[in-house]
Design a protein around this ligand. Structure first.
Ligand code: ADP
Length: 151
């Protein structure tokens, strides 16, 4: 049973995130989307709404689950028995940032991170830009799947 944890803030969960989960479920028996609760980070979309939204999106996929956790990601992988962390890469700055986290995670826990490249059409989608757009009342429908379940 191959289980992967896809951690993130998902504030909000975008079409880019969705595409990564759909790629990952081809390789993993189970994908757990984990919203890391970080009290020092200010979020825009309410946590309950984010969970509801992601649950709705994957309601027909029993092997895709959504959870929240408050510990280090590698600790949480051990709690749920996930062998790998899943992350998405949009560009070289994602790569540089992700590389050090993945290497540190490997060093402290032995857990390997698996990366999926963003398809070109999703590589400009970024949750923080979408938050800006939303705050300024721009339409987010092209970038967030099923936005009616988020807002
Ligand atoms: P974090 O706050 O941990 O970076 P995010 O919710 O911003 O969480 O992103 C979670 C993961 O999804 C990260 O690996 C990020 O690189 C990836 N990601 C974000 N947007 C996209 C996208 N448009 N295409 C592919 N991967 C993405």
């Amino acid at each position: 049973m191959k289980k992967g944890l896809f951690p993130g803030s998902f504030d909000p969960f975008t079409r880019g995130h969705e595409a990564i989960v759909l790629k990952a479920i081809e390789l993993f028996d189970e994908v757990i989307i984990g919203i890391g609760i970080n009290n020092s980070k200010k979020n825009l979309f309410d946590i309950k709404k984010r969970i509801f939204h992601i649950n709705k999106l994957f309601e027909n996929y029993p092997n895709i689950q959504i959870v929240t956790y408050e510990t280090l990601t590698v600790e949480y992988c051990k709690v749920i028995g996930a062998q790998n962390i899943i992350r998405g890469l949009r560009n070289s700055s994602d790569f540089e940032y992700e590389k050090s986290i993945a290497q540190m995670n490997k060093t402290i826990s032995g857990i390997e991170t698996v990366f999926f490249l963003s398809d070109e059409k999703y590589s400009a989608i970024n949750s923080s830009i979408i938050r800006e757009m939303y705050i300024n009342k721009a339409a987010i429908i092209d970038f967030v799947p099923l936005p009616e379940f988020l807002i």
